[in-house]
Design a protein around this ligand. Structure first.
Ligand code: PLZ
Length: 444
């Protein structure tokens, strides 16, 4: 054992070339049996982890600033989650909730009803992945409204299944040659303050005019939107944009669906990102940070909407698997007990001030943005705002070589995002940010 669950404060330590010899050997083995359609952003193979540190098969200690794309917000190897999962594995691993149910599923849905925005009666259904949750949210919205049009926005990411590919904006790598795509999906402009210069109400008015003229208000089942766009580039909409869209749906018999799959579970400093503007979605989709790394997703909504579906209309063999829900109960308790929403806010202040300082000293950071522990730099060609994907790639690569896991994103591939586990220590975060700063300085 090279690291234990109590070693959460240990520091980054690169001992071999990156990737090291054992990772290289595994990677060669992988080529023979794993589809080339799957890529690895950073091909070091992980053996164990604790807190914000990943240990690879060459015993390098890597600092995790990605949380497996916003999943392990509570950190790696959390004792309470290990206990809950181990106990549940010993009790039973599966019955299928649709065949013979179990209490933990109810407990998770009770938690979702408590922590999601609004005090109205809510019910939930549980699934396995974010994409599956989004698909079901669309099914439910169409059933409940009797309408078919789903409105999504530029830069949106909602998954890789057939329906969610249609909802996702970016072609490469998500959609190319994978069509035909599902119909009745309409894309309108979003709010992207750095690139459109519009206020929230102005951007909303533009989107609403597009909807009304090209789709027709009475055909719209739902507006589906990420409150902060994740894969699309960590785009924080201008204040007032989300409330205006939400109000428009309420006024026009449509539903407002918040895809909080990347932003949820304290990532932005509140339970959910819409909480920052007091928006109360009719339906909210969750996954990722929900269950400390176990696959679990949820659709939570107004009881009258969620319960409109005919009996048996929702389901799936594994949705709300007992082990995954046991992990979710422990994860939500950990987020609450350790006050990790507040910690996300503190981490956000730390990242923002450090990144703004870096922006002022260098020439290629067009914008620093984010909320809570969801922070990013948008890289541009010096002197303007032309997207600089090469720089983002170079920054991520530099970080990786130094043993820091950082991930890029963005429609233009020019954004470097930081999604540290919320339990990262100040010392670890300072270390990671200094590596990132060196990377940007080396390019400026
Ligand atoms: N909605 C807002 O961020 C997943 C995708 C990684 P799944 N984002 C990471 C990749 O390249 O596949 C995501 C999201 C939002 C939906 C999803 C989809 O969630 O659990 O990956 O299906």
């Amino acid at each position: 054992m090279t690291i234990t669950t109590t070693d959460v404060g240990i520091m980054r330590d690169v001992r071999t070339a990156i990737p090291g010899p054992n990772s290289q050997a595994l990677h060669a083995r992988r080529q023979a049996v794993v589809s080339a359609g799957l890529t690895n952003g950073f091909p070091v193979y992980i053996e164990r982890a604790a807190g914000a540190i990943l240990v690879d098969v060459d015993q390098n200690r890597l600092l995790d600033l990605g949380s497996g794309i916003a999943v392990t917000s509570v950190g790696h190897a959390v004792p309470a989650i290990i206990d809950a999962v181990s106990r549940q594995v010993a009790d039973f691993t599966h019955t299928c909730f649709m065949v013979t149910p179990y209490e933990e599923y109810i407990e998770v849905c009770e938690e979702l009803a408590r922590i999601t925005p609004g005090t109205h009666a809510k019910t939930s259904a549980l699934f396995n992945s974010g994409a599956e949750a989004v698909e079901n949210a669309v099914k439910i919205a169409r059933y409940a409204t009797g309408r078919s049009a789903i409105i999504v926005v530029d830069h949106a990411y909602h998954g890789r299944t057939n329906l969610t590919m249609a909802l996702t904006a970016k072609n490469m790598p998500y959609k190319d040659h994978f069509g035909p795509f599902a119909p009745e999906v309409y894309r309108v402009a979003t709010s992207y303050p750095y690139r459109d210069g519009l206020s929230g109400p102005e951007a909303a008015a533009r989107a609403i005019a597009e909807i009304e003229t090209t789709v027709g208000a009475n055909n719209v089942a739902a507006i589906l939107i990420e409150p902060i766009q994740g894969e699309g580039g960590f785009i924080v909409p201008a204040e007032g944009f989300l409330p205006a869209l939400s109000q428009w749906t309420a006024d026009n018999g449509a539903l407002f669906i918040a895809d909080e799959i990347q932003t949820g579970f304290c990532r932005t400093g509140r339970w959910f990102a819409v909480d920052h503007e007091g928006v109360i979605p009719d339906i909210i989709t969750t996954a990722k940070g929900f269950a400390g790394g176990m696959p679990l997703a949820g659709v939570t909504g107004r009881a009258e909407i969620m319960n409109a579906i005919h009996e048996g209309g929702l389901g799936g063999t594994y949705g709300g698997n007992p082990v995954a829900v046991a992990a979710a109960i422990a994860t939500i308790a950990t987020l609450r007990d350790q006050n990790l929403a507040e910690r996300a806010t503190v981490l956000g202040e730390h990242m923002m001030s450090s990144l703004r300082q870096l922006q002022s000293e260098t020439t290629i950071i067009g914008e620093v943005r984010g909320r809570g522990a969801m922070a990013a730099i948008e890289l541009v060609v010096a002197g303007g705002n032309i997207p600089n994907a090469a720089a983002a790639k170079a920054v991520v690569n530099y970080c990786n070589q130094q043993g820091v896991v950082a991930i890029s994103c963005g429609t233009y591939g020019n954004v470097v995002r930081l999604l540290p586990p919320l339990v990262i220590t100040d010392e670890q975060l300072t270390d990671g940010l200094s590596v990132l700063a060196d990377a940007v300085r080396s390019l400026s």
